[in-house]
Design a binder for this molecule. Sequence first.
Ligand SMILES: *[C@@H]1O[C@H](CO)[C@@H](O)[C@H](O)[C@H]1NC(C)=O
Ligand SMILES: *[C@@H]1O[C@H](CO)[C@@H](O)[C@H](O)[C@H]1NC(C)=O
Length: 432
Amino acid sequence: MEVRLLLLALICLHAAPRWASAQQPEEATVIVKGSTRIAETDENYVCATIDWWPPEKCNYNQCPWGQSSILNLDLDHPFLAQAIQAFDNLRIRLGGSLQDRVVYDVGTESPCSPFRNVSNGLFGFSVGCLGMDRWDKLNDLFQKTGAIVTFGVNALYGRYNVRRSIWAGKWNSTNAYDFVKYTISKGYPVGSWEFGNELSGHGIGAKVDAKLYGKDVVEFKSILRQLYKAPLSQPLLLAPGGFFDQQWYSQLLQTSGHGVVNALTHHVYNLGGGDDVHLIRKILDPKYLDRAEDTYRDMQLTIQRHGTWASAWVSESGGVFNNGGLLVSNTFINSIWYLDQLGMASKYNTKVFCRQTLIGGNYGLLDTQTFRPNPDYYSALLWHRLMGNGVLSIDVIAPRRLRAYAHCRRQQLLDNRFRLLRICSTKMSAYV
Ligand SMILES: *[C@@H]1O[C@H](CO)[C@@H](O)[C@H](O)[C@H]1NC(C)=O
Ligand SMILES: *[C@@H]1O[C@H](CO)[C@@H](O)[C@H](O)[C@H]1NC(C)=O
């Protein structure tokens, strides 16, 4: 068996004094079991998000969004197209907190009005509007650059706020129906539609009961089946794009039933808020990083128990919530968190991992002002180009500071077909 190892060693500068002071180099044994695939990711595992936040979205006296949203991003910026094209096919997820307040400027809802910041609105904003001319321009960019699109639809449309964060009432599908229909009529290839954003469990801002949600997901599925007639291929339906809550997620699968939700999506913000002064310490603490593993494991178990037809996706993960950490999320140190999460999630059969954000906030892979790549952009590209979809079993006998993940080498399908029996060759990414 051919096993090729490629070590991508990221020397953590902040940990250097500890290493420098040790007289003896520490020993580590890493055993890659090249004959066992423990999980499989999608071919396009690396994914990045574009959000809806207007420039008025501020936290901790910082307003780091500028012109970086789905609605106002400069789509003609040459760096943007180049950054996407470098992946051949970059998966892009359009969504975020305000998606459940976006009305599509089509059918009975036309014309609609843009977001305004209002003190009593959900997340401090009014209902907003996606114009079809803007949707056309976004799709021009996606088609030109080979992006694979996930679009997050408004799952609060037609519901009402009962008290505090609780929203009730049936989802009104009219506007989503008209929007999907428009999208198909234009031939825009949306690969997956995600239903709602962070409305699961206790919700962030708003929450909806899992059984109610499950029934609405069934309705959305029937709309997709009705509108995507052969020879069009059916897009995937993703839900609920929120924080993992075992009971809520199980109920969603049970209520919606067999084959309805293709991928159960969840969000990962395991480092704290943008004002947390311990972000760097947490990123460098292996015990802290390890805690995220429980979520990936529980997600996998929930699917095995209640919905074997579904797969797991991370549809949004910025690490640090509320816009990311200034001078952390856009710097080299963040790759220690990011690459580790990519490795960890893949071990639990996560198919796709969407990084918040491609651009926008303090956590952009691209800088919000200059559109130049931040360090994590290169980490994402490295992963995409080196790590194939077969996840290998690996034993690491070393301090937990050494993070190692092994995947089959990324290769062309053609290559596979001619060497069917060959067990994959290996590439490994490791932290020291
Ligand atoms: C809306 O945003 C502007 C600019 O950030 C601010 O001056 C204004 O007070 C905000 N209004 C409300 C109602 O939050
Ligand atoms: C759903 O929303 C549309 C507007 O898009 C409205 O005309 C219709 O009456 C609503 N349906 C229900 C059942 O509320």
